[in-house]
Design a binder for this molecule. Structure first.
Ligand code: HEM
Length: 507
């Protein structure tokens, strides 16, 4: 495998296939003062990294996740198996009807909320992340959140608390960076409002969670017998040995709280950011939106949304154009662009061309998901002329084409594994898929998403609406390259206004 030229070190963090193209190889090595690193977007190598027993998650660098105690994200081996069993039990299929119903309810009430702002949505992610949090609050804790602003003046706190449940939750998830870095004692005593607000939110959030956990442990047999448990209740049941379940390994309060929060965190921004990319891509590519709407009309007719079910309707939509669209969003903008692994012994892998490579012990491996899902040897680029692609800044949005997934089932994970692969594969995959399909179907059944063409652009084109729209679309496609930020996820935080309009049923 080639060594990464120093001139390309910064480029490698760019999302997509570009950095590999610049160097002309699908795998690259780098020697650093902290040891060797391997970057790869070669699917054959990646699948071995996901499954070989000499390759592990580098848990030492992930200890910052442990706000309360160890979680499945920060442990390996037998300990990980215990945590994984508990979390998988929490995310069992009996939760999916609640995910579906809540996703549809939240979308319908969001559409009413948007109407207050003339249905113009400047930053889609702002709303889709909140929507994802509302669905989580319902499925994890049976807490119903609405679209009022989260403010101190909002809902009053419960007795014995300084802020409400939703305010605490929202503050904690939006200040994660601070929570991971600043020790709690410092947070409490340093005279900065942001730190002190975060400290109050974290303290109250911990108390709310402890209270919910205690409610479940105090009535554990009754809770265990419930058919529809919240995720918190299921995690508590699976982590509490009892006469009826003597095999359950006891999970400390810190680990129950930690795992619930880690799972919530893993499912919140991933789904919220993916949904934002979906809405933006559909506004940029109206032909795919129309294809979804034709499918929704043919499937639902005039059946009211209250009667849509996850057991019947979701299963059909998942296999159709809408399912293919969700897959393509996850390919073109997979929000988890990098996944880390480390070799704990010398490891031999075989690449896609059949060539063997030996990776030395303690090499940090960076699985470049974005590169793999744009690798032209696997994914045929769209037939847009090279000069036009350059004019559009080689944006991934150019490559958006759901039809490539129409005949591929989502169980076919040979080249496409947006939720990971092997034992660590995302246990929230059905949750995320049900939510995304619930949101998009209930949004597009009676409404369409469109780009907002400014008056100035229209004037520049002397009132020619088609030309003005095309210019707006090209600008949006460029923004979907230049303005995408890479944090723990990739996300579109800058403005790219879209509007929701009622569908013209006659047309
Ligand atoms: C579009 C949405 C999502 C994407 C793209 C996604 C992607 C992923 C990926 C790639 C991994 C594997 C990481 C690795 O191998 O180290 C993962 C792990 C995980 N995901 Fe998701 N995820 C999504 C939504 C969710 C949701 C909704 C939940 C829960 C409600 C969730 C919970 C988890 C958990 C708990 C893990 C850790 C599993 C372990 O370490 O054993 N994810 N996710």
């Amino acid at each position: 495998m080639p060594w990464l030229p120093l001139s390309q070190v910064w480029n490698i963090w760019k999302f997509g296939y570009e950095p590999f193209q610049a160097v002309g190889s699908d795998s690259l090595c780098l020697a650093t003062p902290n040891g060797n690193m391997l970057w790869t977007c070669d699917t054959a190598i990646i699948k071995q990294l996901f499954t070989l027993h000499t390759v592990q998650v580098p848990v030492k660098i992930l200890k910052f996740y442990d706000i309360w105690g160890p979680t499945l994200g920060s442990v390996e081996g037998e300990e990980w198996k215990t945590h994984r069993k508990v979390v998988t039990y929490g995310l069992n299929p009996s939760t999916l009807p609640t995910v579906w119903n809540e996703a549809i309810h939240q979308t319908r009430t969001l559409i009413q909320r948007w109407a207050q702002d003339d249905s113009v949505i400047p930053v889609a992610k702002h709303w889709t992340s909140r929507l994802a949090l509302h669905v989580i609050a319902s499925v994890f804790f049976d807490m119903k959140l609405d679209w009022r602003e989260y403010t101190q003046a909002g809902k009053p706190p419960a007795d014995g608390y300084r802020i409400s449940f939703e305010n605490a939750l929202f503050t904690v998830v939006s200040r994660l960076g601070m929570i991971f870095i600043v020790p709690r004692t410092l947070m409490r005593i340093l005279p900065f409002k942001a730190l002190q607000d975060t400290h109050i939110a974290l303290t109250d959030w911990t108390k709310y969670m402890q209270q919910l956990r205690a409610k479940a442990t105090d009535n554990i047999e009754e809770v265990a017998a419930k058919r529809n448990k919240t995720i918190l209740e299921s995690v508590v049941v699976a982590g509490t040995p009892s006469a009826a379940r003597p095999d359950n390994r006891a999970l400390s309060e810190e680990s129950v709280l930690g795992n619930i929060f880690f799972t919530l965190m893993a499912g919140h921004e991933t789904t919220g950011n993916s949904l934002a990319f979906a809405l933006l891509l559909l506004a940029v590519h109206p032909q795919h939106q129309s294809a979804i709407q034709r499918e929704l009309d043919a499937h639902f007719g005039t059946r009211p949304m209250d009667e849509w079910t996850v057991e019947h309707d979701y299963q059909i939509l998942r296999k159709g154009y809408l399912g293919a669209t969700v897959q393509e969003v996850l390919r073109v903008y997979n929000v988890v662009q990098f996944i880390f692994r480390i070799t704990i012994a010398s490891t031999t892998v075989r690449d896609s061309k059949g060539v063997s490579h030996t990776i030395p012990e303690y090499t940090t491996c960076l699985i470049n998901v974005g590169g793999a899902f744009h690798n032209p040897s696997v994914w045929t680029p769209t037939p847009v002329p090279a000069s036009k692609k350059a004019d559009l800044h080689h944006s991934p949005a150019i490559e958006f084409d759901p039809t490539r997934f129409l005949n591929i089932s989502d169980e076919d994970d040979e080249t496409f594994w947006p939720f990971g692969y092997g034992p660590r594969k995302c246990p929230g995959m059905p949750f995320a898929q049900v939510e995304m399909i619930g949101v998009i179907s209930s949004m597009l059944k009676d409404h369409s998403l469109e780009l907002v063409v400014s008056e100035k652009t229209l004037q520049n084109h002397k009132g020619n609406r088609q030309a003005a729209w095309e210019q707006t679309r090209d600008e949006a496609i460029r923004k979907l390259r230049d303005d995408v930020e890479s944090n723990m996820n990739i996300q579109m935080v800058k403005e790219l206004p879209i509007r929701l309009v009622e569908r013209d049923m006659v047309a």
